[in-house]
Design a protein around this ligand. Sequence first.
Ligand SMILES: [Zn+2]
Length: 339
Amino acid sequence: MRSVACARTEVIIVKLAETVTFGGGGLDRAAHLRGDADAMARLAAQPDARCLPVWRGKPLMRGEGVSELALLPCDHPAILSEVGSRDTRVFLGHGTDGAPLFAVDFSTWEPEHVDAEALNLFLDPTEQRHPGLPDDHAFAELRRIMTRLTPLDAEIAATAKAIIGWHHTHGFCARCGTRSDVSQAGWQRTCPACKSHHFPRTDPVVIMLITHGASVLMGRSPGWPEGMYSLLAGFVEPGETLEAAVRREVFEETGVRVGAVGYLASQPWPLPASRMNRCSGEAVSREITIDPAEIEDAIWVSRDEMMTAFAGQHPVLKPARKGAIAHFLIRNWLADRLD
Ligand SMILES: [Zn+2]
């Protein structure tokens, strides 16, 4: 357990398991203001108000090596030219200094050269520079730059990406098919025909550190880079508990039976719309029978082997990617401080 200084002067206690990328940065979401259009206009007009542009899921970054989030004044000419007077700002809340924060969607902007193939890669290396912004500003993929962000900026970027992405894929009423309208400062869609309300969607996923004695269960999916193994993960199904999802997914993918399951912490994972529920579990069987439709391989990795992998010296196994949930869980398992 550790204390962190959080929103305003409060001090809250968080578990170590919460101190991870997208683990929360103290954004005050001020949800009670979302339905108040006058308050929204007033907040956006404040001199300290800031807007984060997001282009096709990529937040705007700035600085050498695109090292920090680029929050612009809400009346920045580039925002006015891309978004115009359309009220499409999403109110994210107040930063730890009290400044109002918004997200704006730049996705209709067509850059001159776009490498469409790169945009779909697991780690999209391309950056897009808007002509109306300084040269050191660029849209960059969140997965690639997430470890450079402060906890607050990571929460701002994750929230902005998730909610703008939701508007892109949920423009029509799921009940009657009519195009729905944005309401509640971007946090709801309302159908003008049948009056249904629709809310941003977050899909629950379990990612689990399954141990048997001093070994941990790792799997790899087809197409992953050579030597890359990670913890097993899977979507929680309707009507299912997290614990049952852990046991089911591990058994389906590897044939291993899991007994006691523990919950560690949750984490937004807007890639594109998940919430990771980090769990631990104790295997009660060791034999592995993989389901080739789900994974390519699964192995038990001993603590010693994992130490060697983390040191980059294992002949086969590569260390989990920094910033990834698996990396955090395994590192803390190795240090004996999974709590
Ligand atoms: Zn409807």
